[in-house]
Ligand binder design. Sequence first.
Ligand code: SAM
Ligand code: SF4
Length: 476
Amino acid sequence: MKFYPEKYKIPDKPDKPFLDAEEIETFLNEAVSTEKEVVRIIARSLDKNRLTLPEVAVLINTTDPELVELIKQGAKELKKKVYGNRIVLFAPLYVGNLCANNCKYCGFKSSNSEAIRKTLTNKELIDNVTALEQNGQKRLILVYGEHKTYSPEFIAENVKTVYGVKTGNGEIRRVNINAAPLDIEGFRTVKESGIGTYQVFQETYHPEAYTWYHPSGKKADYNYRLTSLDRAQEAGLDDVGIGVLFGLYDWRFEVMGLVRHTNHLEACYNVGPHTISFPRLTDAADFKVDPQYRVNDDDFTKIIAILRLAVPYTGMILTAREPKHIRNEVLQYGCSQIDAGTKLEIGAYSEKNKKVTQNLNKEQFLINDERSLAEVIDELLDTDFLPSFCTACYRKGRTGEHFMEFSVPGFIKRFCTPNAILTLSEYIMDYSGQETASKGWKMIEKNIRELTDPKLEAEVRLRIEKIKAGQRDLYF
Ligand code: SAM
Ligand code: SF4
């Protein structure tokens, strides 16, 4: 995919800060939302263009309910047209909450003496991965506090351990990471262990707000964090995830920050972010955040629709911080990945018979969706989504698969849908109850019929028979 660089006040140079807060404010102050402009901008996105900052500012400044509805409809259409009905499922696995930083919003902050600190031992890591595999998970994101214990070598060892755990037909096929920013050498070490995406959220793109929320520790350095994914790129790790913690500063500024970060990566490395995350603040222990920037549900759904249109090629991740009704609504606006069966307490996945009640001294923050993986799958099927555990592109070396999904005609029908069907078939055979199985096979049949290529259809049917006969991990 070719990107067309735009000129902003601070020129884009690899590994150099790029965001000018005043420039972003100016775009926001100058953007005027008219029906004609909104319609033009939505059409440009549907035509598969990443939007410019001034265009995004127009969508942000749109408050007329009818035009906001147009934006949401545009996002729905883009999602349908480009991505179809697949939703990829994953689980977060918190490995350790030691932390040397003092982020005001996070329960893991070093000054929180009530926090019960824990790092999974190798055996505990294996037990937790085993439990996740027994539920049917295939994709994990490992999460860490920022601490010298969690060195690149430590993380790389964890990744190798996770890939080595096999439980019956269960295995983890993709491990992503959410941990502190590393230096180039560190990113190289972690990449070599075979990770998928490395996520670093800027939390807030506003420099002054950032400084206020991060008073001490390594994370206090705004620019070091801002350029962290440049260092990942320099290390050859081109699969990176960006994010904002909504609720720390004005959401309008943050959406612009995410798009500025996106076009910086495009301009310097010819690759945008693999995923964008948009967690909303939830309650945490020793929580010191003024509620003035809290994002309400209406603005939150609008933000997601705007981001979908602004960066039409990227994966969008929605987490269990959000309650079920919000998750169900915004899935339609283009979220492509959700976590399910999430437990944030360290080690809790392997405590099977214990009903884990959320406890702020043991968890980073509270979640609002405690459904099991089985329940989430059931509900996705009920609402006509196709649950997927696909990891094929990454393992076939088709890096930049989200760009291919987006820009190669027929890619989704040729690869993504068949792989979603095959991974759902595996799930049904190995983990689901009867009712889910019957809904699942119906959904599979419906999607096979929509493939519209008799040869491919026959091949998919053949592979399903092989899965029924006991073969696993068949993918296109
Ligand atoms: N410690 C590393 C860091 O700060 O980058 C790694 C990940 S941290 C455990 C994961 C993310 O959780 C943070 O980047 C932040 O966006 C989010 N988070 C922290 N406190 C939160 C809260 N109270 N509510 C929701 N999300 C929160
Ligand atoms: Fe530590 Fe990350 Fe929490 Fe900040 S957000 S206190 S760095 S775990």
